[in-house]
Design a protein around this ligand. Structure first.
Ligand code: AVI
Length: 323
């Protein structure tokens, strides 16, 4: 496929100014307790492949559950969206879900938004090649910040933002609601938001999903240590860290940590870092919602609920809102 298939819009002058670097974030997060590493650094090439494998693990129900909810709800979703829709995907589309929607809804236009330019171009070119009838746009931008759609896109019939996978759950509720507010402001009146959300449920089911028996989530978590070693030259060994994931029911989130198996010291650039045995690095939160708590957060951001769909066990929810 060639770039001529897609309309490319660049809102990031330089992706490196928009996103902080691994070294900056590692220095910031590891210098003193409580130690943290931001989850966005999971997703290099290897981490993205590990995440795809997580989605196939029997314990990790969100991906397949959301897909089956979408499949069943497609006729109703089509009715809400109507014809002449512009479907805007937040985090552009390697997944099967967007193809499911494109083929069933036949929107006029697709806009993929992603901060990673190379990934965005690859995925939108592939979508354009596979859907010759579709007007495909790629918007290189950080959708966690305030965004203005290029005029050509903003004026289209009914823009609907698609944010699947409970990716909203990796933002703390205060950040998530600010981000939903930005999205709402990006959309014209009548625009929509179709969003997947992981629901509060028994801790046993949640904890199994983040502690798969094959150990793929543990590898995904330890990939952060691999990156510090391979990209920053830190003399650390992923095998010196235990993967720990548990449900914190006080605040309704899964927490992921890397726990140091021994006292250790290593350099990050010029800065020495010391970790004690048993000390943990907090690497990710995955927040879970009830219907009420999610609709309240979206409501505060200016979105009105239209309809929502769940699997029979209530593991996962897909919500459609309009502004
Ligand atoms: C991408 N995100 C919604 C996943 C989640 O479930 O929070 C990331 C993940 N972390 C561990 N497993 C999956």
């Amino acid at each position: 496929a060639s770039a001529s298939h897609i309309h490319f819009h660049d809102l990031l002058a330089d992706s490196h100014t928009a996103t902080s670097s691994l070294l900056e974030d590692a220095l910031q997060g590891l210098s003193e307790p409580p130690r943290t590493l931001p989850p966005k650094h999971f997703y290099d090439q290897r981490g993205s492949e590990l995440f795809d494998r997580i989605c196939e693990q029997p314990e990790y129900y969100p991906t397949r559950t959301e897909e089956s909810i979408l499949e069943q709800a497609l006729p109703t979703i089509a009715k809400h969206l109507g014809q002449e829709t512009t479907l805007i995907e937040l985090g552009s589309g390697a997944s099967r879900k967007i193809r499911l929607l494109l083929n069933a809804l036949r929107p006029q236009r697709y806009v993929g938004i992603d901060i990673s330019r190379d990934f965005l171009i690859d995925s939108t070119e592939q979508l354009a090649a596979d859907h010759p009838w579709l007007d495909v746009h790629a918007l290189c931008a950080d959708f966690t910040t305030p965004l203005t759609l290029p005029a050509q896109l903003a004026n289209s019939e009914r823009p609907v933002a698609f944010f699947p996978g409970s990716s909203i759950g990796n933002f703390a509720p205060d950040e998530a609601s600010v981000m939903l507010g930005h999205l709402r402001n990006m959309l014209p009146v009548g625009g929509g938001l179709l969003i997947g959300v992981d629901m509060i449920k028994s801790p046993a089911i949640l904890e199994a999903a983040y502690n798969d028996a094959a150990g793929v989530t543990a590898e995904f978590n330890r990939n952060l240590i691999c990156r510090l070693r391979d990209e920053l030259g830190a003399e650390i060994d992923p095998a010196d860290f235990d993967h720990r994931a548990f449900y914190n029911s006080d605040v309704c989130r899964i927490e992921m940590h890397l726990v140091s198996r021994r006292d250790q010291r290593f350099m990050l650039g010029e800065t020495p870092i010391a970790l004690q045995q048993g000390e943990s690095i907090h690497t990710e939160d995955s927040w879970k919602y009830s219907d009420a708590s999610f609709e309240e957060m979206a409501g505060q951001a200016g979105f009105a609920p239209v309809e929502s769909w769940h699997d029979p066990e209530g593991l996962f929810g897909v919500y459609y809102f309009t502004r």
